[in-house]
Design a binder for this molecule. Structure first.
Ligand code: GLP
Length: 361
Protein backbone atom coordinates (compact mmCIF):
# COMPACT_ATOMS: atom_id res chain seq x y z
CA UNK A 1 0.00 0.00 0.00
CA UNK A 2 1.34 3.40 -0.92
CA UNK A 3 0.17 6.67 0.49
CA UNK A 4 0.28 10.05 -1.18
CA UNK A 5 -0.68 12.97 0.99
CA UNK A 6 -1.40 16.32 -0.58
CA UNK A 7 -2.15 19.51 1.27
CA UNK A 8 -5.24 20.39 -0.68
CA UNK A 9 -8.05 18.47 -2.29
CA UNK A 10 -7.15 20.15 -5.58
CA UNK A 11 -3.64 18.71 -5.45
CA UNK A 12 -5.00 15.30 -4.49
CA UNK A 13 -7.43 15.34 -7.43
CA UNK A 14 -4.62 16.42 -9.72
CA UNK A 15 -2.45 13.55 -8.48
CA UNK A 16 -5.15 10.98 -9.19
CA UNK A 17 -5.76 12.41 -12.65
CA UNK A 18 -2.00 12.28 -13.28
CA UNK A 19 -1.81 8.68 -12.14
CA UNK A 20 -4.70 7.65 -14.41
CA UNK A 21 -3.14 9.45 -17.39
CA UNK A 22 0.23 7.91 -16.63
CA UNK A 23 -1.16 4.40 -16.53
CA UNK A 24 -3.17 4.76 -19.73
CA UNK A 25 -0.18 6.20 -21.57
CA UNK A 26 2.15 3.48 -20.31
CA UNK A 27 -0.34 0.82 -21.38
CA UNK A 28 -0.61 2.33 -24.88
CA UNK A 29 -4.08 0.98 -25.53
CA UNK A 30 -5.16 0.14 -29.05
CA UNK A 31 -8.33 -0.89 -30.74
CA UNK A 32 -7.37 -4.49 -30.03
CA UNK A 33 -5.99 -4.00 -26.54
CA UNK A 34 -8.18 -1.66 -24.55
CA UNK A 35 -7.39 -0.18 -21.17
CA UNK A 36 -10.12 -1.03 -18.65
CA UNK A 37 -10.69 1.72 -16.12
CA UNK A 38 -12.97 1.18 -13.13
CA UNK A 39 -14.68 4.36 -11.95
CA UNK A 40 -16.54 5.69 -8.92
CA UNK A 41 -19.29 8.22 -8.37
CA UNK A 42 -19.95 10.50 -5.40
CA UNK A 43 -18.59 13.95 -4.65
CA UNK A 44 -14.96 12.85 -4.40
CA UNK A 45 -14.06 12.10 -8.04
CA UNK A 46 -15.75 15.13 -9.62
CA UNK A 47 -12.69 17.39 -9.72
CA UNK A 48 -10.43 14.57 -10.92
CA UNK A 49 -12.90 13.95 -13.75
CA UNK A 50 -12.83 17.65 -14.66
CA UNK A 51 -9.05 17.58 -14.78
CA UNK A 52 -9.11 14.48 -16.99
CA UNK A 53 -11.54 16.23 -19.34
CA UNK A 54 -9.25 19.28 -19.46
CA UNK A 55 -6.21 17.11 -20.16
CA UNK A 56 -8.15 15.27 -22.84
CA UNK A 57 -9.15 18.58 -24.40
CA UNK A 58 -5.51 19.69 -24.29
CA UNK A 59 -4.50 16.52 -26.14
CA UNK A 60 -2.50 15.07 -23.23
CA UNK A 61 -4.52 11.89 -23.17
CA UNK A 62 -7.05 10.08 -25.28
CA UNK A 63 -9.82 7.84 -24.03
CA UNK A 64 -10.39 6.43 -27.50
CA UNK A 65 -9.23 2.98 -26.49
CA UNK A 66 -10.33 3.10 -22.87
CA UNK A 67 -13.31 1.15 -21.55
CA UNK A 68 -14.84 2.45 -18.35
CA UNK A 69 -16.71 0.27 -15.93
CA UNK A 70 -18.50 1.66 -12.89
CA UNK A 71 -18.40 0.31 -9.40
CA UNK A 72 -22.06 0.53 -8.52
CA UNK A 73 -25.57 1.81 -9.19
CA UNK A 74 -28.71 2.38 -7.15
CA UNK A 75 -31.43 -0.21 -7.44
CA UNK A 76 -34.67 1.17 -8.80
CA UNK A 77 -33.36 4.30 -10.50
CA UNK A 78 -33.88 4.27 -14.26
CA UNK A 79 -30.96 5.55 -16.34
CA UNK A 80 -32.89 8.75 -16.93
CA UNK A 81 -33.14 9.57 -13.21
CA UNK A 82 -30.94 12.56 -12.44
CA UNK A 83 -29.33 10.76 -9.47
CA UNK A 84 -28.68 7.55 -11.36
CA UNK A 85 -25.01 6.91 -11.84
CA UNK A 86 -25.68 6.74 -15.59
CA UNK A 87 -26.59 10.43 -15.44
CA UNK A 88 -23.69 11.18 -13.11
CA UNK A 89 -21.20 9.68 -15.54
CA UNK A 90 -22.75 11.41 -18.53
CA UNK A 91 -22.43 14.70 -16.70
CA UNK A 92 -18.92 14.26 -15.30
CA UNK A 93 -16.98 11.83 -17.46
CA UNK A 94 -16.61 12.48 -21.11
CA UNK A 95 -16.40 9.09 -22.77
CA UNK A 96 -18.68 7.73 -25.51
CA UNK A 97 -21.57 5.66 -24.09
CA UNK A 98 -20.45 2.72 -26.23
CA UNK A 99 -17.28 2.54 -24.11
CA UNK A 100 -19.02 2.85 -20.76
CA UNK A 101 -20.49 0.12 -18.59
CA UNK A 102 -22.74 0.72 -15.62
CA UNK A 103 -24.79 -1.78 -13.69
CA UNK A 104 -28.49 -1.45 -14.54
CA UNK A 105 -30.49 -0.03 -11.63
CA UNK A 106 -33.52 -1.49 -13.32
CA UNK A 107 -32.88 -4.83 -14.98
CA UNK A 108 -32.39 -4.47 -18.69
CA UNK A 109 -35.19 -6.94 -19.40
CA UNK A 110 -37.88 -5.37 -17.25
CA UNK A 111 -39.90 -7.65 -15.08
CA UNK A 112 -43.17 -6.74 -13.39
CA UNK A 113 -42.62 -4.67 -10.27
CA UNK A 114 -38.89 -4.36 -10.97
CA UNK A 115 -38.53 -1.54 -8.44
CA UNK A 116 -39.26 -3.79 -5.50
CA UNK A 117 -36.60 -5.66 -3.59
CA UNK A 118 -38.09 -8.81 -2.12
CA UNK A 119 -37.30 -9.96 1.39
CA UNK A 120 -34.63 -12.60 1.69
CA UNK A 121 -37.27 -15.23 2.29
CA UNK A 122 -39.28 -14.40 -0.79
CA UNK A 123 -38.97 -13.74 -4.47
CA UNK A 124 -37.19 -16.88 -5.45
CA UNK A 125 -39.30 -17.57 -8.52
CA UNK A 126 -37.55 -17.30 -11.86
CA UNK A 127 -38.91 -13.88 -12.76
CA UNK A 128 -38.50 -12.11 -9.43
CA UNK A 129 -36.90 -8.67 -9.39
CA UNK A 130 -34.15 -10.05 -7.18
CA UNK A 131 -33.35 -12.76 -9.69
CA UNK A 132 -33.32 -10.23 -12.49
CA UNK A 133 -30.83 -8.08 -10.54
CA UNK A 134 -28.76 -11.12 -9.73
CA UNK A 135 -28.66 -11.99 -13.43
CA UNK A 136 -27.44 -8.43 -14.18
CA UNK A 137 -24.72 -8.80 -11.56
CA UNK A 138 -23.60 -12.16 -12.94
CA UNK A 139 -23.52 -10.63 -16.43
CA UNK A 140 -21.38 -7.75 -15.10
CA UNK A 141 -18.88 -10.20 -13.66
CA UNK A 142 -18.79 -12.03 -16.98
CA UNK A 143 -18.30 -8.69 -18.75
CA UNK A 144 -15.31 -7.82 -16.56
CA UNK A 145 -13.81 -11.22 -17.28
CA UNK A 146 -14.42 -10.83 -21.01
CA UNK A 147 -12.67 -7.46 -20.92
CA UNK A 148 -9.62 -9.14 -19.43
CA UNK A 149 -10.12 -7.66 -15.97
CA UNK A 150 -9.78 -4.11 -14.68
CA UNK A 151 -6.41 -2.49 -15.28
CA UNK A 152 -6.91 0.40 -12.90
CA UNK A 153 -9.77 0.86 -10.46
CA UNK A 154 -10.31 4.37 -9.14
CA UNK A 155 -12.44 4.55 -5.99
CA UNK A 156 -13.63 6.86 -3.27
CA UNK A 157 -14.29 5.71 0.26
CA UNK A 158 -17.36 6.09 2.45
CA UNK A 159 -17.13 7.67 5.90
CA UNK A 160 -17.88 4.21 7.32
CA UNK A 161 -15.08 2.63 5.29
CA UNK A 162 -17.26 1.31 2.46
CA UNK A 163 -15.83 0.95 -1.01
CA UNK A 164 -18.20 0.73 -3.93
CA UNK A 165 -21.36 0.05 -1.98
CA UNK A 166 -19.77 -2.69 0.09
CA UNK A 167 -21.00 -1.72 3.51
CA UNK A 168 -19.44 -2.85 6.81
CA UNK A 169 -19.90 -6.58 7.17
CA UNK A 170 -19.42 -7.32 3.47
CA UNK A 171 -17.58 -10.52 2.74
CA UNK A 172 -14.08 -10.13 1.38
CA UNK A 173 -15.00 -12.84 -1.14
CA UNK A 174 -18.11 -11.03 -2.34
CA UNK A 175 -18.75 -10.54 -6.05
CA UNK A 176 -21.03 -8.10 -7.84
CA UNK A 177 -24.40 -8.35 -6.13
CA UNK A 178 -27.45 -6.64 -4.68
CA UNK A 179 -26.62 -4.90 -1.42
CA UNK A 180 -28.68 -3.11 1.23
CA UNK A 181 -27.47 0.40 1.96
CA UNK A 182 -26.40 1.33 5.45
CA UNK A 183 -28.49 4.11 7.03
CA UNK A 184 -25.36 6.22 7.46
CA UNK A 185 -24.66 5.93 3.74
CA UNK A 186 -28.26 6.87 2.91
CA UNK A 187 -27.91 9.88 5.23
CA UNK A 188 -24.65 10.90 3.55
CA UNK A 189 -26.10 10.52 0.05
CA UNK A 190 -29.36 12.27 0.88
CA UNK A 191 -27.58 15.52 0.02
CA UNK A 192 -27.98 14.55 -3.63
CA UNK A 193 -31.73 13.87 -3.30
CA UNK A 194 -34.70 15.99 -2.23
CA UNK A 195 -34.81 14.13 1.06
CA UNK A 196 -33.62 10.88 2.58
CA UNK A 197 -36.83 9.02 1.78
CA UNK A 198 -35.90 9.36 -1.91
CA UNK A 199 -32.52 7.66 -1.44
CA UNK A 200 -32.78 4.07 -2.64
CA UNK A 201 -32.48 1.41 0.02
CA UNK A 202 -30.52 -0.98 -2.17
CA UNK A 203 -27.79 -0.88 -4.77
CA UNK A 204 -25.85 -3.13 -7.08
CA UNK A 205 -22.15 -3.11 -6.37
CA UNK A 206 -18.98 -4.81 -7.44
CA UNK A 207 -18.01 -7.05 -4.54
CA UNK A 208 -14.84 -6.82 -2.50
CA UNK A 209 -13.57 -9.92 -4.29
CA UNK A 210 -14.26 -8.22 -7.62
CA UNK A 211 -12.41 -5.10 -6.47
CA UNK A 212 -9.43 -7.12 -5.25
CA UNK A 213 -9.12 -8.68 -8.69
CA UNK A 214 -8.28 -5.31 -10.24
CA UNK A 215 -4.68 -5.07 -11.34
CA UNK A 216 -4.17 -1.74 -9.61
CA UNK A 217 -6.32 0.40 -7.31
CA UNK A 218 -6.21 4.10 -6.46
CA UNK A 219 -8.38 5.45 -3.66
CA UNK A 220 -9.02 9.17 -3.33
CA UNK A 221 -10.08 10.50 0.08
CA UNK A 222 -10.74 14.13 0.82
CA UNK A 223 -12.11 15.99 3.81
CA UNK A 224 -12.16 15.47 7.55
CA UNK A 225 -15.21 13.16 7.42
CA UNK A 226 -12.96 10.56 5.75
CA UNK A 227 -10.26 10.76 8.43
CA UNK A 228 -11.54 7.87 10.56
CA UNK A 229 -12.16 5.62 7.58
CA UNK A 230 -8.64 6.20 6.24
CA UNK A 231 -7.09 5.62 9.64
CA UNK A 232 -8.98 2.34 10.09
CA UNK A 233 -8.35 1.19 6.55
CA UNK A 234 -4.63 1.89 6.66
CA UNK A 235 -3.53 1.41 10.26
CA UNK A 236 -5.90 -1.06 11.84
CA UNK A 237 -6.21 -4.76 11.19
CA UNK A 238 -8.10 -6.15 8.23
CA UNK A 239 -11.68 -6.31 9.40
CA UNK A 240 -14.86 -6.63 7.41
CA UNK A 241 -16.43 -3.89 9.54
CA UNK A 242 -14.10 -1.54 7.66
CA UNK A 243 -14.37 -2.92 4.10
CA UNK A 244 -11.58 -0.68 2.77
CA UNK A 245 -9.12 -2.37 5.14
CA UNK A 246 -9.14 -5.37 2.80
CA UNK A 247 -7.07 -3.24 0.42
CA UNK A 248 -4.10 -3.97 2.68
CA UNK A 249 -4.10 -7.38 1.01
CA UNK A 250 -3.83 -5.98 -2.49
CA UNK A 251 -0.35 -5.72 -3.98
CA UNK A 252 -0.80 -2.45 -5.79
CA UNK A 253 -2.91 0.13 -4.00
CA UNK A 254 -2.28 3.85 -3.69
CA UNK A 255 -4.28 5.92 -1.24
CA UNK A 256 -4.28 9.56 -2.27
CA UNK A 257 -5.51 11.79 0.54
CA UNK A 258 -5.65 15.45 1.32
CA UNK A 259 -4.42 16.85 4.63
CA UNK A 260 -7.80 16.50 6.32
CA UNK A 261 -8.50 12.92 5.26
CA UNK A 262 -5.01 11.88 6.39
CA UNK A 263 -5.07 13.85 9.64
CA UNK A 264 -5.74 10.82 11.86
CA UNK A 265 -2.79 8.81 10.56
CA UNK A 266 0.30 8.46 12.70
CA UNK A 267 3.40 10.28 11.53
CA UNK A 268 5.28 6.98 11.24
CA UNK A 269 2.54 5.62 8.97
CA UNK A 270 2.82 8.64 6.73
CA UNK A 271 6.62 8.32 6.70
CA UNK A 272 6.64 4.62 5.91
CA UNK A 273 3.81 4.35 3.41
CA UNK A 274 4.57 7.74 1.93
CA UNK A 275 8.21 7.02 1.30
CA UNK A 276 7.49 5.11 -1.89
CA UNK A 277 5.90 8.07 -3.60
CA UNK A 278 8.93 8.43 -5.78
CA UNK A 279 7.81 5.23 -7.45
CA UNK A 280 5.37 7.30 -9.35
CA UNK A 281 7.67 9.99 -10.61
CA UNK A 282 9.93 9.81 -13.62
CA UNK A 283 10.23 6.75 -15.76
CA UNK A 284 10.01 4.36 -12.84
CA UNK A 285 9.21 0.71 -12.84
CA UNK A 286 5.61 1.09 -11.87
CA UNK A 287 5.00 3.14 -14.96
CA UNK A 288 5.04 -0.10 -16.83
CA UNK A 289 2.09 -2.20 -15.83
CA UNK A 290 3.62 -5.31 -17.34
CA UNK A 291 6.33 -5.35 -14.66
CA UNK A 292 5.77 -5.95 -11.02
CA UNK A 293 8.01 -4.60 -8.35
CA UNK A 294 10.15 -6.78 -6.19
CA UNK A 295 10.30 -5.89 -2.56
CA UNK A 296 13.43 -7.24 -0.98
CA UNK A 297 14.20 -6.91 2.68
CA UNK A 298 17.68 -7.38 4.05
CA UNK A 299 18.56 -7.45 7.72
CA UNK A 300 22.10 -6.18 8.06
CA UNK A 301 24.36 -5.98 11.08
CA UNK A 302 24.60 -2.69 12.90
CA UNK A 303 27.00 -0.29 11.32
CA UNK A 304 26.79 -1.87 7.91
CA UNK A 305 26.83 0.54 5.08
CA UNK A 306 26.09 -0.40 1.57
CA UNK A 307 29.38 0.11 -0.20
CA UNK A 308 27.98 -0.46 -3.60
CA UNK A 309 24.63 -1.34 -5.04
CA UNK A 310 24.36 -2.43 -8.59
CA UNK A 311 21.31 -3.55 -10.40
CA UNK A 312 19.86 -3.90 -13.82
CA UNK A 313 16.65 -2.35 -12.68
CA UNK A 314 15.03 0.93 -13.25
CA UNK A 315 15.62 2.06 -9.70
CA UNK A 316 16.19 1.12 -6.12
CA UNK A 317 14.52 2.81 -3.18
CA UNK A 318 15.77 2.60 0.38
CA UNK A 319 12.58 2.81 2.34
CA UNK A 320 14.01 2.53 5.82
CA UNK A 321 17.59 2.64 6.99
CA UNK A 322 18.21 2.70 10.69
CA UNK A 323 21.94 1.98 10.44
CA UNK A 324 22.74 5.42 11.81
CA UNK A 325 20.71 4.83 14.95
CA UNK A 326 23.36 4.05 17.57
CA UNK A 327 20.76 3.06 20.14
CA UNK A 328 19.00 0.73 17.83
CA UNK A 329 20.33 -2.41 19.55
CA UNK A 330 19.55 -5.87 18.31
CA UNK A 331 15.95 -5.06 17.47
CA UNK A 332 17.04 -2.03 15.57
CA UNK A 333 19.12 -3.74 12.94
CA UNK A 334 19.05 -1.62 9.88
CA UNK A 335 16.32 -2.74 7.59
CA UNK A 336 16.45 -1.72 4.02
CA UNK A 337 13.76 -2.33 1.54
CA UNK A 338 14.80 -2.29 -2.04
CA UNK A 339 12.18 -2.09 -4.69
CA UNK A 340 13.29 -3.37 -8.01
CA UNK A 341 12.42 -5.53 -10.96
CA UNK A 342 15.02 -8.21 -10.63
CA UNK A 343 18.04 -9.35 -8.62
CA UNK A 344 20.02 -6.76 -6.72
CA UNK A 345 23.76 -7.13 -6.19
CA UNK A 346 25.36 -5.30 -3.31
CA UNK A 347 28.57 -5.20 -1.33
CA UNK A 348 28.63 -4.27 2.31
CA UNK A 349 31.44 -2.62 4.25
CA UNK A 350 31.54 -5.66 6.58
CA UNK A 351 32.51 -8.25 4.04
CA UNK A 352 34.98 -6.39 1.95
CA UNK A 353 34.31 -6.92 -1.65
CA UNK A 354 32.22 -10.08 -1.43
CA UNK A 355 29.16 -9.31 -3.45
CA UNK A 356 25.78 -10.35 -2.17
CA UNK A 357 22.83 -11.02 -4.29
CA UNK A 358 19.29 -10.43 -3.16
CA UNK A 359 17.20 -12.42 -5.55
CA UNK A 360 14.16 -10.85 -7.07
CA UNK A 361 10.91 -12.35 -5.91
C1 GLP B 1 -20.92 6.58 -2.49
C2 GLP B 1 -20.43 5.60 -3.58
C3 GLP B 1 -19.00 5.26 -3.36
C4 GLP B 1 -18.30 6.53 -2.93
C5 GLP B 1 -18.69 6.87 -1.55
C6 GLP B 1 -18.20 8.20 -1.06
O1 GLP B 1 -22.13 6.27 -2.00
N1 GLP B 1 -21.17 4.42 -3.75
O2 GLP B 1 -18.48 4.71 -4.55
O3 GLP B 1 -16.92 6.32 -2.95
O4 GLP B 1 -20.08 6.71 -1.38
O5 GLP B 1 -18.94 9.23 -1.59
P1 GLP B 1 -18.44 10.73 -1.61
O6 GLP B 1 -17.32 10.79 -2.57
O7 GLP B 1 -19.62 11.52 -2.07
O8 GLP B 1 -18.01 11.07 -0.23
Amino acid sequence: MYLQIHQTSEEASQAVADLIIHRIRAFSPTQYRKFVLGLPTGGTPVRAYEILAERCEAGDISFEHVISINLDEYVGLPPTHEQSYVQFMEKHFDIPPSQTHILPGIPITPTPNAMAIPSSSGGQDNNSPLEAHQASCAAYEALITSLGGINLLFMGIGANGHIGFNEPGSSFASRTRVVALNEGTRDANSRFFDDKSKVPTHALSMGLGTILDAEEIVVLAMGSNKGDAIQRAVEEGINHMCPASVLQQHARVTIVADGLASSKLKEETKDYLGSSQSLYSGAGLLNDSTHHQNRIKANLANGTTLAHVSHDNDFVVVVEDRSADENAGERGKPVITLLAKGDIQYESSEDGDDPHCLPGL
